[in-house]
Structures are given as C-alpha cells and as structure tokens.
Design a protein around this ligand. Structure first.
Ligand code: PEP
Length: 253
C-alpha cells in the first residue's frame, strides 16, 4: 500500500538553533495532534542532519532526508557528500533532482539516474523530483516533460528497486512563487505519472508508488490538493519552515 507523506524541504535556510527548534516543535505537535497514518520527512541542509536526527530518531514515522547526494562512492570530490556518509548519520531518504538542482547546477536525467543508483545501493530512499517549467506548460509539453524525466531518471531500475522511490511532481512555475497548480492540474499530471509507471512496471507497482505534489503548498490549499485520488502528500518548501503551518499541512493528510 502506498504511503502518505509530508516532506519539508528547508533548502539553504535556518541557523542550527532554528533548525532544532523547528524540528522539535513539529515532532511535538505531530505527536500531540495527529492520529493518522501519514509519515513526515525533514530535509535540512547537510550541517543540521545530525542535529535533527537526534530529535527524530525515536519516532518511527519521522524520517530524515538530505537535499542532495554525490553520484560516486567516495574520493577526491571536494565539497561533496556521499551516500554512505548520509546513512552513517541517520538519513533514510534523499531528495534527487529538485528543480533548483536541475536549474542552477545543471543536473540532467542521466546524472540523476546515477544518483538514484548510488542512493539505493546504500539503502537510501530517493525522493525523485520532476516537473515542467512555465514555458513547457504553455507549449503543451507538460505530460511529455514529466514522463521523460521519470523514465530517463528512473526506468532503468527493476520493479523491486523502483518500489523504494518516492516521486515528487513539482511544477517549476509553482515552486516558491505562491502560484499553486489547481487540484485538477496537479491530478492530471499525477495520473499521467502513475499511468506511465503502470505501463512500465504494472498496475500493482503503480498503485503502491507514493507521488507527492510540490509547489506552494500551504495549510489553505493542502486539503483540496491531497483529496485528489493520485496525490499522496506534499513536498513543501516555504511552509515547512513554520512549525504551525507544516503541522497543519500534515494534518490535511
Ligand atoms: C520545494 O522546494 O520543493 C517547494 C515546493 O517549495 P515551495 O513549497 O516553497 O513552493
């Protein structure tokens, strides 16, 4: 059965003290106020992973994700972080292919496929991000762009390995802009993603794949987005930096 997940991508924000306060506030509110079966992922920047791990390790429904990973095992890659380093400090997940990495660091589907492989090899679950730009949407290329990013980045996996992936559909034009895809726009793409997975791996794998929506999710729009049949939760940027907002988004699941 697929999981419902609220993932918070903190990007390059917060001090160490703020990161610890945010994580402990959300964990406390989650424990006190939420009785459902959704899971939570925090994705702080590298220096805070250990600090946050310490705060979440006793809650089996709260997980830790890095925001990026290097594609090689180890070696002379100054400034980079390996899969093994991440698992050794308690990470269970890693974001791969966030649009900011695609846009600012020129990460393409071929590179991202390698990052997915090294993550899986070390037992890290990739949250593989895909999404179209505004120009691509306006040119009518939305479904094609998303299924191409999906297939080039992840369809080299066998069905068992693919089962460890979480997919995040994040229209680039909706990330950090305050513009959200309408529930119908998001559902259309989520369904196309699930159909592509079904065509490749069969209906059971597709049905079991968690597909998150990301792009200006807030407490005010979370419930209508999450009520769509193929939207299994959210990858949340800005609103995940406020404990009350992020907890309310979790509760919308
Ligand atoms: C993101 O960073 O993945 C994201 C969706 O950001 P925001 O919620 O701020 O649009």
């Amino acid at each position: 059965m697929r999981k419902k997940i609220a993932a918070g991508n903190w990007k390059m924000n917060l001090s160490a003290e703020e990161a610890q306060t945010l994580a402990s506030e959300v964990v406390n509110m989650f424990q006190d106020e939420y009785t459902g079966d959704a899971e939570v992922i925090f994705s702080p920047s590298y220096p805070y992973l250990s600090l946050v791990h310490h705060l979440v390790k006793d809650n089996p429904k709260v997980h830790l994700a890095a925001q990026n990973i290097h594609q090689e095992e180890k070696g002379a890659y100054t400034g980079e972080v390996s899969a093994q380093m991440l698992t050794s400090i308690g990470c269970s997940h890693v974001l791969i292919g966030h649009s900011e990495r695609r846009q600012y660091f020129a990460e393409d589907n071929q590179l991202l496929a390698k990052k997915i492989d090294i993550a899986l090899k070390h037992g890290l679950k990739p949250v593989y991000c895909i999404g179209e730009t505004l120009d691509q949407r306006e040119a009518g290329e939305t479904l094609n762009v998303n299924t191409t990013q999906l297939s080039e980045g992840a369809f080299h996996l066998d069905a068992e390995a693919f089962g460890d992936l979480v997919i995040a559909y994040e229209p680039v034009w909706a990330i950090g802009t305050g513009k959200t895809a309408s529930p119908e726009q998001a559902q259309e793409v989520h369904k196309a993603i699930r159909d592509a997975i079904a065509a490749k791996y069969g209906a059971e794998v597709a049905d079991n794949t968690t597909i998150l929506y990301g792009g200006s999710v807030k407490p005010a729009n979370a419930e209508t987005l999450f009520s769509q049949p193929d939207i299994d939760g959210g990858l949340v940027g800005g609103a995940s930096l406020k404990s009350r907002d992020f907890t309310d988004i979790i509760k919308a699941l």
